[in-house]
Design a protein around this ligand. Structure first.
Ligand code: ADP
Ligand code: CDP
Length: 237
């Protein structure tokens, strides 16, 4: 497969066209952003670590029957994916209270959420990804009710698979964000799943092993991503 022009440079990944109109190359860069791009830093090895992490998770999800865009890892920092028409809505599931939920509702960090919650956010950096709901998504044409129902069902199926996978590595999957898109009319999981877009705590000590280490200036960010990866069976070579 031949790489063609850069289509988009996001905060952490760059997207390239290929000679096949149905496929793209995602390049995972070392760039790390927080607070809607307000804080940017380059962290050595991050592109490679997240590319390997994402490939492993996407393969686990595909094996569990979840449709994903992932095709194959191309190099340390690049993967081939199906080209999706992205739906500009982020789906967030939470198993434990943290981050924005704690700030918004004043609940205690670490409180177990039964049943797990499901939230929608508009993917729009300039507006700081505001929280939305099904009604707004339908009215403004971001997604149809049928698409939203499918995205919600898939997001919870991902929770079943990944909660167990991380639990087997002694980790709590606190929360995570997924993005979906359309491929030939079908809803498919896109973007990435890595410690950049989820919260993972050590099950015993509740030590944070995800991007909160960067957001909160705790240090050891990539070392934590590697530790999580090792515990669930990701190979970084
Ligand atoms: P951001 O856009 O939030 O800065 P990234 O740096 O991760 O995020 O950029 C990657 C971009 O590629 C995102 O906008 C994401 O929605 C988009 N994307 C991810 N997977 C696909 C795909 N399979 N097809 C088309 N676009 C995708
Ligand atoms: O972390 P923050 O306060 O910005 O938002 P949140 O609503 O608590 O985030 C819930 C989960 O979704 C966390 O795991 C975030 O890392 C992830 N998320 C993301 O990856 N990208 C976003 N634009 C928003 C949330």
């Amino acid at each position: 497969m031949e790489q063609r022009q850069e289509l988009y440079a996001g905060k952490a990944k760059s997207v390239f066209a290929t000679d096949d109109p149905d496929h793209l190359i995602l390049h995972f860069r070392d760039d790390t952003s927080a607070f809607d791009g307000e804080r940017m830093e380059s962290l050595a090895r991050k592109g490679k670590v997240n590319n390997c992490f994402n490939a492993y998770i996407m393969e686990q999800l595909a094996a569990a029957g979840i449709p994903t865009h992932f095709v194959q890892r191309l190099s340390d920092t690049e993967s081939v994916v199906k080209k999706l028409d992205m739906i500009p809505v982020e789906c967030v599931v939470r198993n434990l209270a943290a981050g924005g939920l704690v700030k918004r509702l004043g609940v205690e960090e670490g409180q177990a959420l039964n049943p797990p919650t499901f939230e929608l956010f508009l993917k729009n950096d300039a507006l700081h990804d505001p929280m939305i709901n099904e009604s707004l998504a339908e009215t403004f044409g971001w997604a149809t009710p049928a698409q939203l129902a499918e995205m919600k069902a898939l997001t919870f199926r991902v929770n079943d698979v990944l909660k167990q996978l991380f639990a087997d590595g002694g980790l709590l999957l606190v929360d995570y964000k997924l993005e979906f898109g359309l491929f030939q009319g079908e809803i498919v999981l896109g973007d990435e799943f890595s410690p950049d877009g989820c919260r993972l705590w050590d099950a015993k000590t509740r030590e944070k092993l995800d991007k909160d280490r960067f957001r909160q200036g705790l240090g050891g960010v990539i070392e934590a991503y590697e530790e999580v990866g090792r515990r669930i069976g990701v190979r970084f070579d």
